[in-house]
Design a protein around this ligand. Structure first.
Ligand code: PLP
Length: 474
C-alpha cells in the first residue's frame, strides 16, 4: 500500500478555501519560511486512504484481543459519548475556575472514587501513562525520604517478573534498580527479598497480581518487611482489573500506586492512544504531589512541597471523563464484578487449554495466565512467535509474547471480563486447532500468517534497520 505522501499530487485538494487575505500580525520570528510539507490529496482519496489503513488494523471492535498485561477490554460507547460533550471538549484549563466548576468537580469526584477503590488518600491526574505514573510515585518516595534526610536510601527493589517500565522508572528517578528473584511458584522469593533489604532500601515496586497472573500470597509479609527496613511500597496498578472492588492496595501495605485508567477503567489504548496513569498515595506523601488542584471551585493550589509538574494541568482530561463515566455506570456492585468475571474468564481458558499448552505456573490464576511453548519448541521447533502468527490467520490478536522474561517461550493470555463464553470457546477451539496443526503439519504453522496484508516480516532487519522517517527523495 502506498503512503499518503506517495499519493500526493501538487495542487490537489487545496482549493476549498481562498488564499487568506488577513494580514499576518505576528512578529517575524515565529514565521515559517517554507510551506509545511503536507500531502496534497483530495478529501475523497484521503478518506479512502485512512479507511483502508484502519481495515488493516485489529482493534477490540474487530475481534478477540487477549493481550496479556494490557487489558484490551470492550469500551462502552457511552464513555466516548460523555467525553465528546462540547462542555468538556471546548474548555481550556486556563479559563477562570468559576467557568469550569463542573470539570473540577468531576476530577474531585473521580479522585474520591479512585481513593475508595485503592484505599489511598490523594491522587494526581497529571501522569499521561502508567510509566509516567510510576515515575511520579518514585519521585514522591524520593522527595519524602530526602525530606527526612535519608539520602542514602537509593535502591528500589523490583521483582524479575516486573514490567520493564518498573526498573526503567526507578533508574530515571535516580535510584538504583535491584532485581529480586521469583520463587518456584512465581511469587517474590522472600529470602532473596530479605537479603536485599537494608539501610539503602528506598522501596519496592510490585505488581499484584503479578505479570504471571498470580496474586502473591506473601503480600502482607513482603510489605511488612520493606517497611521494617525503612522503605516504602509502590503498587504497580496495571493489573488492578483483577482485584478492583475486592482488594485495596493500601490495605495490603502499599503507600503509593499508579493506575492505568486506559486499561482498567476503559479507553482504548492500542496504537499509543491517549492514556492516563494517575498516581495515588497515602496522606504522608500528599504534600509532594505534582500539579495544581481546585477543591473549592475558586482557586488552584499547589501542594506544600510539590515535586513540580509532570504534564500540564490534569493530564489527559478526557480519559479521566471516560473513567468517571465507566465507574458511575458500573456502580459499587459492578466494579468488583468486573474483577470477578475477568478472573473467571482467565481461569476458564486456562483450564481448557492447559492439557496441551503447559501453563508456566499450574494453579488458579487471576485475570491472566502464561503458557510456555518451550516443550513444543524443543519437540516440534514451533515457537511462541509461530503460534502468535498462526492466530492472526484466525482473526485473533495474539497474546503478549516473550513476556514475562522469567518464562521461556511465553504467551500471556488475558481474555478480560468483556468477552462472552462463546467468544472464549471459539478462541479455545482456535488454540486447539493450531496445536493439532503443530503435531500434524508444523510447517504450516511455521509459514503463517497467510491471510494478512503483510506476511512474515524480517524482525531482525526491522529492529536493526528501523525506517523511522519517510525519505522524500532528498
Ligand atoms: C504491569 C505493567 N506496568 C506498567 C505498565 C506501563 O503502562 P503504560 O503502557 O501506560 O506506560 C504496563 C503496560 O503495559 C504494565 O503491563
Amino acid at each position: 500500500m502506498k503512503l499518503i505522501f506517495e499519493k500526493s499530487i501538487p495542487g490537489r485538494g487545496q482549493d476549498i478555501f481562498p488564499i487568506c487575505d488577513v494580514p499576518i500580525c505576528l512578529p517575524k520570528a515565529p514565521h515559517r519560511n517554507t510551506k509545511p510539507r503536507l500531502p496534497e490529496i483530495s478529501e475523497n482519496e484521503m478518506g479512502r486512504h485512512y479507511t483502508s489503513l484502519a481495515k488493516r488494523a485489529h482493534g477490540v471492535n474487530d475481534g478477540f484481543y487477549p493481550l496479556g498485561s494490557c487489558t484490551m477490554k470492550h469500551n462502552p460507547k457511552i464513555n466516548e459519548a460523555m467525553a465528546s460533550l462540547p462542555g468538556f471538549v471546548n474548555i481550556h484549563p486556563l479559563q477562570p475556575p468559576h467557568t469550569v466548576v463542573g470539570a473540577n468537580e468531576i476530577i474531585t469526584e473521580l479522585e474520591n472514587f479512585l481513593c475508595e477503590i485503592t484505599g489511598m488518600d490523594a491522587i494526581t491526574f497529571q501522569p499521561a501513562a502508567g510509566a509516567q505514573g510510576e515515575f511520579t510515585g518514585l519521585l514522591l518516595i524520593k522527595a519524602y525520604l530526602q525530606d527526612k534526610g535519608e539520602f542514602e536510601r537509593n535502591e528500589i527493589l523490583v521483582p524479575d517478573s516486573a514490567h520493564g517500565t518498573n526498573p526503567a522508572s526507578a533508574t530515571m528517578a535516580g535510584f538504583k534498580s535491584i532485581t529480586i528473584k521469583s520463587d518456584a511458584f512465581g511469587m517474590v522469593d522472600l529470602d532473596d527479598l530479605k537479603s536485599h533489604l537494608g539501610p539503602k532500601t528506598a522501596g519496592l515496586m510490585l505488581t499484584n497480581p503479578n505479570t504471571v497472573g498470580l496474586f502473591d500470597t506473601h503480600i502482607m509479609d513482603i510489605t511488612r518487611l520493606v517497611h521494617e527496613a525503612g522503605g516504602l511500597c509502590y503498587y504497580d496498578g496495571a493489573n488492578l482489573n483483577a482485584v478492583m472492588g475486592i482488594v485495596r492496595p493500601a490495605d495490603i501495605g502499599f503507600d503509593v500506586i499508579h493506575m492505568n485508567l486506559h486499561k482498567t477503567f476503559s479507553t482504548p489504548h492500542g496504537g499509543g492512544g491517549p492514556g492516563s496513569g494517575p498516581c495515588g498515595c497515602k496522606s504522608f506523601l500528599s504534600p509532594y504531589l505534582p500539579g495544581l488542584t481546585c477543591k473549592d471551585g475558586k482557586t488552584y493550589t499547589r501542594a506544600e512541597k510539590s515535586i513540580g509538574n509532570l504534564t500540564g494541568f490534569y493530564g489527559n482530561f478526557l480519559v479521566n471523563i471516560k473513567a468517571f463515566t465507566y465507574i458511575l455506570t458500573l456502580g459499587s456492585k459492578g466494579v468488583p464484578s468486573v474483577a470477578k468475571n475477568a478472573v473467571l474468564n482467565a481461569n476458564y481458558m486456562q483450564e481448557k487449554l492447559k492439557d496441551i499448552y503447559p501453563v508456566a505456573f499450574d494453579t488458579t490464576c487471576m485475570h491472566e495466565f502464561v503458557i510456555s511453548l518451550q516443550a513444543i519448541h524443543n519437540e516440534k521447533n514451533i515457537s511462541a512467535l509461530d503460534v502468535a502468527k498462526a492466530l492472526l490467520d484466525h482473526g485473533m490478536h495474539p497474546p503478549t509474547m516473550y513476556f514475562p522474561l522469567i518464562v521461556d517461550e511465553a504467551l500471556m493470555i488475558e481474555p478480560t471480563e468483556t468477552e462472552s463464553r462463546e467468544t472464549l470457546d471459539d478462541a479455545i477451539e482456535v488454540f486447539r486447532d493450531i496445536y493439532k496443526m503443530i503435531i500434524e503439519s508444523p510447517e504450516i504453522v511455521a509459514a503463517s500468517p497467510q491471510t494478512t496484508p503483510v506476511l512474515r516480516l524480517d524482525e531482525v532487519k526491522a529492529a536493526r534497520e528501523p525506517k523511522l522517517k519517510y525519505n522524500f527523495g532528498e
